[in-house]
Design a protein around this ligand. Structure first.
Ligand code: ZN
Length: 218
């Protein structure tokens, strides 16, 4: 009798776990991030996929469901603000979430080989890289930080928004996100083609440092 009970419990439990698995797979990647951020800002993070069994589960292959291009800023950690865990997010981080050839190569790898179908370009309030760009008076930099400022100054979206004239950090942050999205959408050959074939969605988003909330522009 005990054995039968154990067997029934096991079958029921397995089907619940399977149903949950199927449920989480059926949620679209963007909704997964929205839900995770909602849990985070409400103090209800569940810290998924952090166990040793998760380590074992993904030891031979990774299947992240989203690529997040965010700032290296220590206050904007994607896995934490979206309440995700190991193997969930393919993360690209640079100061000012700038995207050069090396970052593009990593993103292409995740789209082409890991089959990620969502990229989020995540900017944030009060970004230090953006502030440095606005404060820069065009003097020559002999360090590599100058490369980041150069990238920002070449953005068409930034010029259109007139951020340098108005010295507006929020405008510049938004323009920089918009630039990242446009750059990725038109990056040849892999990304542009994937977007055209509706196999890839690219969205911009902003992280609020005081509330922890991520607002998506979609
Ligand atoms: Zn930043």
């Amino acid at each position: 009798m005990k054995k039968v009970f154990f067997l029934i419990s096991f079958v029921v439990l397995t089907s619940i776990v399977n149903a949950q698995d199927q449920h989480s797979q059926s949620i679209n990647p963007l909704q997964k991030l929205i839900d995770g951020n909602e849990r985070f800002i409400n103090g209800k993070s569940i810290h998924p996929d952090e166990s040793m069994s998760r380590v074992q589960e993904i030891k031979s292959a990774q299947h992240p469901f989203a690529i997040i291009v965010s700032c290296s800023d220590s206050r904007v950690s994607p896995e934490i603000v979206f309440d995700q865990g190991l193997g969930d997010i393919f993360s690209i981080r640079t100061a000012g979430n700038v995207i050069g050839d090396l970052e593009l190569g990593s993103i292409e790898y995740a789209v082409e080989h890991l089959h990620c179908n969502l990229i989020v370009v995540l900017g944030h309030e009060n970004c230090g890289a953006i502030k440095a760009f606005l404060d820069d008076n065009g003097e020559k930099h002999n360090d590599h930080i100058g490369k980041i400022l150069e990238y920002l100054s070449e953005e068409i979206e930034e010029q259109e928004a007139g951020v340098k004239v108005n010295h507006s950090v929020p405008l510049a942050v938004q323009a920089n996100v918009k630039h990242g999205v446009t750059l990725l959408e038109h990056s040849k050959p892999i990304l542009e083609e994937s977007v055209e074939h509706k196999q890839l969605k690219i969205v911009g988003a902003l992280y609020d440092l005081s509330t922890g909330k991520v607002t998506f522009n979609h």
